[in-house]
Design a protein around this ligand. Structure first.
Ligand code: DGI
Ligand code: FE
Ligand code: FE
Length: 190
């Protein structure tokens, strides 16, 4: 299947708004890939696919994860917003037959991040924050930062997420913390 065919599958699973978000993430991912020596086609594809399960009913997401042998931790079970990333990667692999592990991982970790992310994983993680339709306070600065270096944008995204979750007393996935610590240590902070 080529990108257009995958795009049509995604279109069929998402509202118009969420589909446009996915296209914008694909575009941002393509741009970041070109700046970072990553295959832009691959980044585009990961971007278009990243939220494929975002609007599936929770029971369907749980079933896909169950069918593909994913065991949820307590934190994962308690945070349905995390499911679409795990279920998305499982769906891409087990239903659509995508076997590119780099794309599967970029989808799997696009919400939490994780320690030692590949460039493609970082690109999708950041593209999700800076896509054209995003308009939160500071998004212009983050877009600019992302163009100059992926690391600072990854760090900013992790700080934003962890701050927001802790402020609202939400559970924080260990992968989010591990991603944050890995970035901090890579900078030599202590
Ligand atoms: O799918 P999108 O809306 O485009 O963006 P996303 O996949 O980054 O999802 C963002 C949501 O996920 C946002 O409401 C915060 C939540 N989230 C991200 N990391 C964590 C988390 N929620 C919990 N409970 N724990 C996390 O570590
Ligand atoms: Fe998402
Ligand atoms: Fe998204």
């Amino acid at each position: 299947m080529d990108e257009k065919q995958y795009e049509e599958i995604v279109r069929g699973r998402l509202s118009e708004k969420r589909f446009q978000h996915s296209r914008n993430v694909a575009k941002a991912a393509q741009e970041l890939a070109a700046l970072n020596g990553v295959d832009p086609q691959k980044a585009r594809l990961a971007g278009i696919l990243h939220d494929i399960m975002k609007e599936a009913p929770p029971e369907e997401q749980l079933k896909i994860m169950d069918d593909s042998g994913i065991m949820l931790t307590d934190v994962e079970r308690s945070a349905p917003k995390l499911w679409h990333a795990m279920a998305g990667a499982a769906y891409l692999r087990d239903v659509l037959g995508i076997d590119d592990q780099e794309i599967l991982d970029a989808v799997r970790y696009h919400t939490t991040g994780r320690a030692h992310m590949s460039l493609l994983e970082k690109i999708v993680f950041v593209a999700d924050f800076i896509s054209d339709e995003r308009d939160y306070e500071g998004v212009r600065e983050l877009r600019e930062a992302a163009r100059h270096g992926l690391q600072d944008a990854v760090m900013a995204g992790l700080i934003f997420t962890i701050q927001d979750l802790s402020q609202n007393q939400k559970p924080i996935h260990p992968d989010s913390f591990d991603a944050y610590n890995a970035e901090v240590l890579a900078r030599g902070n202590q």
